[in-house]
Design a protein. Structure first.
Length: 386
């Protein structure tokens, strides 16, 4: 793409929109990462590799990190997995949490191996003296503990007392575990109370937020495949974040963990809780459209991913009624129709190109704008993950 097309100087940057006011919580440490308080909301995922395949698991952790994950959780269902934790914790570049069910001794192994934290489930680690032991050892090691309650694995006495996995039952399960840890003076705790139904999950976290000031890890458990699971998670996690509830999140999908990270970051960006990077907006198309907006938007998204690592909104519009106005509201946009595309930068038309050249033109101008933003910030070229 030639750079000879006229460039209109950008106007003053818009003031960033403030996100929701977060509830006040205590701040805990997860290795080098702070969680809660005024710390940024962190995004987590979980590897799907057999943990004892150490190098494969480290590759999965690196892929999640490259996608933007702040924390990664790994499953420890077997002794060989526990034996691999020291190597993984030493070589991972982001905090590692060991996910522990049933076997309290694996939680001890994870702490001794140097994991930043462990997740324990009150529904299947039931010996109170072992929970206390885990708390004492975690305190000595500076590790964090997530009390991870799940609607599908509540303790039988809790289910009997409350008549099922109700919000009240899940919160009571969490708070009983909190008290066990507080009895040994352990407070580096965060809590989750996940449910597969977004509305039940929302109600449960609201109730929990009224009961404690520990930081909360949000998630809709077993949310489902990529599309439907992302929607459920956006509803559940997004509703709570909009109310100021939540300090770290995971979008639980039947999909590549990298997709979980992308979805989590998108939720935070949509609520102005994390600075936006690339934001492609496009019209849904209608009978007025004179271009295949769906395909064009997808091609623009693919052309810019990995190229744009700074806040930049790019609009793809195919309507002569609303297109020009909508494109002017973005940093860069195109109003397409009649076989051509009008390229608009910061509200001003800068070029008209043939329809076949629209994607190339947008990538060209977006890349130039990104370079200018990086130069203003004193940062280098983008890091492109493969």
């Amino acid at each position: 793409m030639s750079s000879s097309l006229p460039i209109v100087p950008s106007g003053p940057a818009e003031e960033p929109v403030a996100g929701p006011t977060r509830r006040a919580t205590r701040k805990i440490r997860l290795g080098p990462l702070e969680v809660g308080g005024d710390a940024p909301i962190s995004v987590q995922t979980m590897t799907v590799t057999p943990t004892h395949e150490k190098d494969l698991t480290l590759q999965a952790i690196a892929a999640a990190q490259a996608a933007g994950a702040d924390v990664v959780r790994i499953a420890v269902p077997r002794q060989e997995d526990a034996d691999a934790l020291g190597y993984i914790a030493e070589h991972a570049q982001i905090p590692v949490i060991a996910d522990i069910h049933f076997q309290w001794k694996y939680a001890v192994a994870a702490i001794e191996a140097g994991c930043a934290g462990v997740r324990i489930n009150p529904g299947n680690i039931k010996k109170h003296d072992k929970v206390a032991l885990i708390g004492r050892l975690a305190d000595e090691a500076g590790a964090a503990i997530r009390i991870g309650v799940n609607g599908g694995s509540l303790e039988a006495p809790i289910l009997e007392e409350f008549g099922g996995p109700t919000p009240e039952a899940m919160v009571e399960s969490a708070m009983r575990e909190v008290r066990l840890l507080e009895d040994v003076d352990f407070h580096n705790t965060k809590i989750s109370v996940k449910h597969s139904d977004p509305w039940t999950m929302i109600e449960t976290y609201r109730l929990l937020a009224d009961r404690t000031d520990y930081p909360l890890h949000l998630g809709v458990t077993e949310a489902g495949p990529l599309q439907s699971g992302s929607i459920k998670s956006a509803v559940g996690i997004g509703a709570l974040l909009a109310e100021g509830i939540g300090d770290t999140i995971r979008v639980s999908l039947s999909a590549d963990p990298v997709e979980e990270v992308k979805a989590g970051i998108a939720i935070l960006e949509s609520l102005h809780l994390r600075e936006r990077g690339l934001d492609v907006v496009s019209c849904p198309s209608c009978g007025r459209a004179q271009v295949d907006v769906w395909t064009l938007a997808e091609e623009v998204q693919q052309g810019l991913e990995g190229v744009i690592d700074v806040p930049l909104r790019v609009a793809v519009m195919g309507c002569v009624v609303n297109g020009p106005g909508e494109a002017r509201e973005a940093d860069l946009g195109v109003a397409a129709g009649n076989g051509k595309g009008e390229i608009i930068k910061k509200g001003e038309r800068i070029a008209t190109v043939q329809e076949a050249d629209i994607v190339e033109a947008l990538v060209h101008f977006a890349s130039e704008m990104a370079e200018d933003i990086r130069a203003e910030r004193g940062s280098g070229a983008p890091t492109v993950s493969g």
